[in-house]
Design a binder for this molecule. Structure first.
Ligand code: ATP
Length: 603
């Protein structure tokens, strides 16, 4: 590998070569090694930039980037370099199916003069250029950059700018690579993860690590304005078990709306979703009330936003709340279905990260922070000192139409980005069915319709789960029911936008659908049961298969009679239910089944 000295700016070609290697690689371990080798040999500033560019961005992943450059602009820019006829470029595009490859062919291979920092600045400037004549300016900048690039660099510049970089290296791989680059082992992984969970900015964390050393990571804390990766709940089946686990605890109703993390930064407000997307535009009344009723210079609090009927004051079903998920006419929807934020946690106040304070303390601070008002309301919360009390609160809230309850460890810290027993969910559905919860799965591909569905052009989906340990997606079911005809039509439109002509290299599947799609859309699925099947690949490790590299090895988990419940717009594919959770649900349902059998045989 070409080496760059630490003190100098590295060339962009080094990163382009890394991209090329990653693209060809399917082994996660090799990907990690390629990245570690690269990080080790560049400056802290360049590590930061490289991390942003690895995900096709010019900043942390929660910041939306829009280069405002479509295919037409790229073709125009290539035309200026090529000097031939537009139709020739268009023909090349038809043949190759990728404007990146067209750029690679057109741009003469030469010694590149572009540094990583220069490419980054070009991209940032292109994204920030707006106003009249911005189109020309963007094309000029792109042409200038491509003119200086080697053919390999041109390939990736075009893919970045069109949002079509597909490398398959996810955060988990990058985090491990950072650790290896520094200490030749995974030892720094927990520290890096902690900082990443608090700041959601891996570039910043890497910069701190490489510039200031690993001790600096101990001082990294949440940053108001950067979403904190959200704490998640474990599942348990009954109040006795929960009480044994937590002892005296806090019980709250489980609202069925949108999780919102509200950041007050002086007189500005930002609201992030479960998925760390900026959803501020969806909740104008929360923005207004935060400014009016929040007694803090800056702070971060969390709650569930849920619509209610202004006449009856009763909460509305999720299908109504989800109407906020639109770009236009929000005020109209807000007037028809006002919304309330049930706030349950405070994570930051007046320049202090309080995520490591115990829950009861955060609750106390929360009570002092939000003045009484009708939009931002501190959620119901009761202490429970017996399983009976947990049970009676569960029954009370379910009878009031809630999804269930959340039971929280009284002295638990806010464990950013982690699912553990500091929070436990007990849902209504867990009581009634064999399966303890719904499953959030990623759409990996789809099949043509058969029979009645033939006219729709879609009959079923291949769905799977993200495996964070292996950094790949594994299949769990074919899903063909639960959506209405209109929903299938709408879904097909969205799937066509993310269709790929090849199987993504981080998909582990024994089934070939008619079309593969990029991992983007998450669907919540109900099923009768989790079974073991030789056809699917999720959970092969949990089922005791060690040789995961060969597809033929071992059985995985599958869903019996899966039905779609809804599309989870608030979840990213990396937030799907994990293989480990499926294993836990499989175990819970096994116990439940054998309990039912023995109860029936006694009766
Ligand atoms: P998860 O967020 O755990 O991956 P999920 O998104 O599928 O799972 P659930 O399993 O239904 O959601 O439960 C967790 C969610 O419940 C939280 O993410 C939050 O949006 C919501 N919620 C409702 N009420 C509360 C509460 N009182 N405390 C914490 N979360 C709550």
């Amino acid at each position: 590998m070409l080496k760059a000295t630490n003190s100098l700016q590295s060339s962009f070609i080094l990163l382009a070569q890394v991209f090329e290697k990653l693209e060809k690689e399917t082994s996660r371990l090799r990907m990690m090694e390629i990245l570690a080798d690269y990080f080790e040999n560049i400056s802290p500033e360049d590590v930061k930039i490289a991390i942003y560019l690895l995900s096709g961005k010019t900043g942390p992943s929660f910041e939306a980037v829009d280069f405002g450059v479509g295919e037409k602009f790229v073709i125009e820019s290539l035309l200026r370099i090529y000097g031939g006829f537009k139709v020739e470029i268009e023909d090349m595009y038809k043949e190759l199916g990728d404007l990146g490859l067209v750029a690679k062919n057109i741009v003469k291979d030469k010694q590149s003069s572009l540094s990583l920092n220069e490419v980054f600045n070009y991209l940032k400037t292109i994204a920030l250029t707006s106003g009249p004549s911005s189109q020309d300016k963007k094309i000029e900048l792109l042409t200038e950059m491509l003119d200086r690039a080697s053919s390999l660099e041109a390939l990736y510049i075009v893919r970045i700018i069109l949002g079509r970089l597909r490398l398959g290296a996810q955060d988990a791989t990058v985090i491990e690579a950072l650790s290896f680059a520094r200490v030749k082992s995974k030892d720094l992984k927990p520290k890096i993860e902690r900082c990443y969970n608090l700041t959601s900015d891996l570039g910043y964390v890497a910069y701190m690590l490489f510039k200031e050393g690993e001790e600096a990571l101990d001082f990294v804390h949440a940053i108001v304005g950067n979403p904190i990766r959200m704490a998640l709940a474990e599942r348990m089946e009954n109040p006795e078990e929960i009480f044994n686990k937590l002892g005296k605890c806090i019980v709250e109703p489980k609202y069925d709306g949108f999780r919102c993390q509200v950041h007050k930064i002086g007189d500005k407000v930002k609201i992030y979703s479960r998925n760390l997307e900026d959803n501020t535009h969806m909740f104008p009344e929360i923005v207004e009330s935060t400014i009016k009723y929040c007694r803090a210079k800056n702070c971060i609090f969390e709650g569930e936003a849920i619509s209610f009927d202004p006449k009856t004051l009763r909460f509305m079903p999720f299908q109504i709340t989800v109407q906020r998920k639109r770009k236009h006419n929000i005020l109209k929807v807000a007037a028809k279905f006002p919304l309330r934020l049930e706030v349950f946690d405070l994570l930051y106040k007046d320049d202090l990260d309080i995520t490591s304070k115990p829950l009861f303390e955060r609750k106390r601070l929360l009570n002092d922070t939000i003045l009484k008002n009708d939009t931002i309301v501190i959620s119901d919360s009761s202490e429970a000192d017996s399983p009976e009390r947990i049970k009676s609160l569960f029954e009370k809230y379910v009878s009031e139409g809630m999804e269930g309850i959340m039971i929280k460890r009284l002295d638990g810290v806010y464990q950013a980005g982690s699912r553990n027993f500091n929070w436990i969910k007990l849902k209504r559905s867990m009581k009634q069915s064999i399966l303890s919860d719904t499953i959030d799965a990623v759409i990996m591909g789809y099949f043509y319709g058969k029979g009645q569905r033939i006219k729709l052009g879609i009959g079923s989906l291949l769905i799977g789960l993200y495996n964070p340990e292996m950094d790949c997606f594994e299949t769990i079911a074919k899903l063909g029911s639960g959506f209405t005809e209109e929903e299938w039509v709408e879904l097909l439109k969205n799937l066509e936008e993310i269709r790929t002509s090849f199987k993504p290299n981080n998909y582990i599947s024994k089934i070939n659908p008619d079309f593969w799609v990029k991992p983007k859309i998450v669907v919540e699925v109900e099923a009768d049961e989790i079974t073991v099947s030789p056809v699917h690949t999720v959970g092969r490790k949990e089922l005791g298969n060690d040789s995961l590299n060969t597809l033929s090895s071992g059985s995985g988990f599958a869903l019996r009679f899966p039905r779609a419940k809804r599309i989870r717009y608030d979840k990213s594919p990396f937030d799907s239910t994990t293989p480990n959770e499926i294993f836990e649900m499989f175990e819970i349902s096994k116990n439940k089944k054998s309990k039912n059998v023995s109860e029936n045989s006694v009766n």
